[in-house]
Design a protein around this ligand. Structure first.
Ligand SMILES: *Cc1c(COP(=O)(O)O)cnc(C)c1O
Length: 435
């Protein structure tokens, strides 16, 4: 597999280089040089395959010779070891539950796959890989649990004190082994600034082989295609062959992966880009003007992105056919009030508790189905387990938020975090002392 930078279509790097660089020097994003169309035999018989079988087939076609088949198979079967079921809520409305991994969010797909790919590419005797990651909640948990126990890697997570939910904090701070958590007396932006500065610090780069677990890493995007194929396979089993996907979106990696699956031949009728008040993309789809804005805080805070970094990938996928992009993707955006109402409506209609991000995807699907009035079956993506956002629920809904066993197990473990200020010298001092 060769990749180019969206800022320089003539450039080429190997898969390994793209994974370790995360981002090209020219600040574009890596894209596969060619996107293979999967065979009709495979696509027409998807319902005969399991999620890891599908994942292996898709990854092998994309990545090709860079990883021998048996090694790739081992990586996939180790990384994708949980289910992603579609659950029927009504005749043409299904929810794709992507929260059955260790951190209870869809980011587990990307983080688990990326960690194993990175570890694989580190040759014997190479310097340990140190992942530095700033988190406002979900990313850190997925990365921590994704890298937990992965050989030759270590993760240092910076999170803002008092600004993540209790469950998120437990996921960050109870791991031990190769994971360490730094509780920063500051905001998420402060955490991110510390990480950024560390990457440019000569002394730290001498001691450490640093990498970011950035969401724009191509090794996080590829595994997110797997569940689109698998969801379609499950729809086929239910006799549904026309589907639309509604994707709750922030940085647009998830939707980007869906479009990649579509490019590989997955017959999706339409994608719905569902956002909160951070509506840069729905606005673009409506007006044709792409105008990034500063983010605003909402209830669905994992989607509070005003300038979605993966959008350049989507634009690049459709660079020869901008009209297709506008017919294939429909945009919808919602306020916090509409989000709360949607959570309540989902509960009232199906006795189902959805996280705020998921609720936005459901609302968008329902509105789309009303507008489009077509035959397709709608599948909306549930990106996180509701228990991760306990503060948004009220009354009867709050009483019905289930807490999975794996979370209860965390509650009995002690929090281990090193408290630091937001100054760079203190952070650097800690890293140098604990290299
Ligand atoms: C990260 C995240 C999103 C947004 O996904 P993108 O790929 O950034 O668009 C949506 N919901 C949850 C729960 C998330 O953690």
């Amino acid at each position: 597999m060769k990749l180019y930078s969206t800022n320089n279509p003539e450039s080429r790097v190997s898969f390994k280089e793209a994974v370790f660089n995360s981002m090209p020097q020219d600040k574009g994003l890596y894209m596969p040089e060619s996107i293979p169309r999967l065979s009709d035999t495979f696509l027409n018989n998807l319902d005969g395959y399991s999620l890891p079988e599908i994942a292996y087939h898709v990854a092998n076609n994309l990545i090709g010779d860079d990883i021998p088949a048996d090694d790739l198979k081992a990586i996939i079967y180790d990384a994708i070891n949980f289910y992603a079921p579609i659950v029927k809520l009504e005749d043409k409305v299904y929810v794709l539950e992507l929260f059955h991994g260790p951190s209870l969010a869809f980011k587990d797909f990307g983080a688990r796959f990326m960690s194993r790919i990175m570890s694989y590419f580190l040759k014997a005797g190479e310097k340990q890989l140190d992942v530095l990651v700033a988190t406002s909640g979900d990313t850190g948990g997925a990365v921590a649990l994704g890298f937990l126990g992965v050989p030759n890697t270590r993760v240092t997570i910076l999170y803002p004190k008092g600004k993540v939910s209790d469950i998120q904090e437990l996921q960050l701070t109870t791991n031990g082994q190769n994971i360490r958590a730094l509780e920063i007396d500051g905001t998420f932006d402060d955490c991110q600034a510390l990480v950024k500065q560390a990457f440019t610090d000569a002394e730290l780069n001498e001691k450490y082989r640093l990498t970011s677990a950035n969401s724009i890493n191509i090794a996080r995007l590829i595994p997110q295609t797997f569940y689109y194929f698998n969801a379609y396979a499950q729809a086929l089993k239910q006799g549904k062959s026309k589907v639309v996907f509604s994707v709750p979106s922030g940085n647009f990696g998830n939707l980007g992966a869906g479009l990649l699956a579509w490019k590989m031949g997955l017959p999706v009728e339409r994608f719905i880009a569902a956002t909160n008040a951070n509506d840069t993309v729905p606005q673009y789809l409506k007006t044709g003007v792409y105008e990034p804005k500063p983010s605003v805080a909402t209830l669905s805070n994992a989607m509070d992105v005003g300038n979605p970094s993966n959008w350049v990938r989507i634009a690049d996928l459709f660079k020869d056919d901008a009209d297709k992009l506008k017919t294939l993707i429909k945009g919808y955006s919602y306020t916090d009030e509409e989000t709360s109402t949607a959570i309540q409506s989902i509960y009232d209609s199906y006795k189902y508790v959805a996280c705020p991000h998921t609720a936005i995807a459901w609302r968008a699907l329902k509105d789309y189905q009303q507008d489009a009035n077509n035959e397709a079956t709608g599948i909306f993506l549930s990106t996180a387990h509701p228990c991760k956002f306990p503060d948004v629920y009220e009354g009867e809904v709050a009483a019905h938020v289930e807490v999975p066993e794996q979370v209860k197990a965390l509650q009995s473990r002690g929090k281990q975090a090193v408290a630091l200020g937001k100054d760079f010298e203190g952070f650097k001092g800690y890293l140098l002392k604990n290299a």
